[in-house]
Design a protein around this ligand. Structure first.
Ligand code: BTN
Length: 253
């Protein structure tokens, strides 16, 4: 399948740009990328800081899909992209990055990639889905707070990264994984590779929800992409990504 790539030197947010184009009828598998976002968005209403010291350093792009899937399956696409990006980094650098559930990529305990998925619903189905991905490739100029948990691929691997090849590889991996995903409209065909990269498994985690917070041991994910957690009293529960954030007990991971 062909991906059509659109580029602007600067935009507010590639997710916003993709959504504007979607409303105007842009096609499935359009990709919007930029070198500078003036209002980059992160999960949970946060901003996405991504100031590379040299221009053109980082990946900020959003993929527009018109997937024709059930509504409840759409949020799982975030995990499909996280897995694809991790596999692409490995293919391009030989460095194994891990996934911090649901979709942060981490290297040496620091975040190098974040993903934000947004969608529009019509008639009870996703009309379009926008998956925005930000990867710190080069050394970044970040605020002190973000700098504590974030790093860049080049800093951590000590190798130069060809950004264009990495982008092409992410899209290639995404296409393969998306094909698997579409067969069942869930993650049953991708659980194995996803869990192999999941950093949380077997670790003590904090589940921070709006109503309750607790600690437990992460047991992996299920086919819906929910996190399986064993609480301290021995009961098991599933955690849905939209509702909570997960942290390590001793830090970000
Ligand atoms: C997160 O970890 O909080 C998600 C960050 C997602 C950032 C990317 S950068 C490209 C796209 N456009 C945005 O405004 N956000 C996403």
């Amino acid at each position: 399948m062909d991906y059509q790539i659109f580029y602007l030197e600067e935009t507010d947010s590639t997710n916003n740009w993709a959504k504007r184009e979607a409303k105007k009828g842009a096609e499935d598998r359009s990709v919007y990328m930029t070198d500078k976002q003036t209002a980059g968005k992160g999960r949970r209403g946060k901003t996405w800081e991504n100031a590379a010291k040299e221009d053109g350093g980082n990946i900020m792009m959003s993929l527009l899909l018109r997937p024709g899937i059930r509504l409840e399956s759409a949020p799982m696409l975030t995990l499909v992209m996280g897995l694809s990006a991790a596999q692409a980094v490995f293919e391009c650098t030989d460095v194994k990055v891990s996934i911090k559930w649901p979709n942060d990529l981490v290297l040496c305990g620091k975040k190098i990639c974040g993903i934000l998925t947004e969608m529009s619903v019509a008639g009870g189905r996703p009309e379009y889905v926008v998956i925005g991905i930000g990867i710190n490739v080069r050394k970044n100029q970040l605020s002190e707070e973000v700098d504590k948990i974030a790093a860049s691929l080049e800093e951590e691997t000590g190798r130069p990264i060809d950004r264009d090849i990495l982008i092409q590889t992410i899209l290639k991996k995404f296409e393969e994984n998306y094909h698997t995903f579409q067969k069942t409209q869930d993650l049953s065909g991708l659980i194995k590779p996803y869990q192999e990269l999941l950093v949380n498994t077997g670790r003590k985690i904090q589940v921070l929800g709006e109503k309750e917070s607790y600690t437990g041991i992460c047991l992996g994910i299920n086919e819906k992409g929910e996190l399986l957690v064993e609480k301290e009293d021995g009961t098991k529960c599933t955690v849905y990504a939209g509702e909570v954030s997960v942290r390590g007990v001793y830090g970000y991971v």
